[in-house]
Design a protein around this ligand. Structure first.
Ligand SMILES: Cc1cc2nc3c(=O)[nH]c(=O)nc-3n(C[C@H](O)[C@H](O)[C@H](O)COP(=O)(O)O)c2cc1C
Ligand SMILES: Nc1ncnc2c1ncn2[C@@H]1O[C@H](COP(=O)(O)OP(=O)(O)OP(=O)(O)O)[C@@H](O)[C@H]1O
Length: 155
């Protein structure tokens, strides 16, 4: 312990929150999710999914690095990292977050995640964010809807 630690009392580490997703073509729904996740703690780290792990919908258009760089540029995000290719719990083991913030529609089962965290000896809360409703008629809050409109208008 340093002298200043002894003087001030040892401060606990900032509460780390982890958010995750594909983030292919950012939209206000992503911003809403990341703002909610950031409000769950003091430091927000975002894991950007690898193409190989996006198997429940169309593969992303943009590269993982591009998607990571754009998310990393958001003020609300402290750090954005590329996800692990094979084992999605490896970054969680390294980051040791206090909270995992799941998106409102993420297909992951909360209880299955909690069970895997327990199996690996990781103590971490699992929370769900809320959806953002469109603020006006023409707001597109889904990457799929943006791509559909591009194809319709420019295809
Ligand atoms: C706790 C957690 C950790 C994750 N870590 C990774 C990871 O390391 N690598 C990765 O490619 N995806 C990771 N993912 C992202 C999932 O693969 C992701 O939910 C999905 O592929 C992207 O779908 P979505 O954008 O529809 O949420 C993680 C998801 C969760 C819930
Ligand atoms: N309208 C929204 N409101 C709140 N959260 C959202 C919204 N849209 C996306 N998110 C969240 O952002 C994260 C990443 O989402 P993702 O990259 O799958 O984008 P998406 O627009 O939902 O994709 P797609 O429309 O192609 O399924 C997820 O946790 C998701 O719940």
């Amino acid at each position: 312990m340093t002298r200043s630690d002894a003087d001030e009392g040892v401060r606990s580490a900032p509460q780390t929150v982890v958010a995750q997703g594909t983030f292919d073509i950012l939209h206000p729904g992503h911003v809403h999710y990341l703002e909610q996740a950031a409000a769950m703690g003091e430091r927000l780290v975002v894991i950007v999914a690898r193409k190989s792990n996006v198997d429940h919908k169309e593969r992303p258009i943009c590269s993982a690095r591009q998607r990571r760089d754009v998310v990393d540029a958001l003020e609300v995000v402290d750090e954005a990292i590329l996800g692990h290719e094979e084992d999605i719990f490896v970054p969680i083991e390294e980051l040791e977050p206090d909270v995992i913030a799941l998106g409102h529609d993420q297909h992951h089962d909360d209880e299955a995640i909690e069970a895997e965290l327990a199996r690996r000896g990781i103590t971490c809360e699992v929370e769900r964010a809320d959806p953002r409703e469109p603020a006006h008629d023409d707001e597109l809050l889904s990457t799929r809807l943006i791509v559909d409109r591009i194809l319709k208008r420019r295809g």
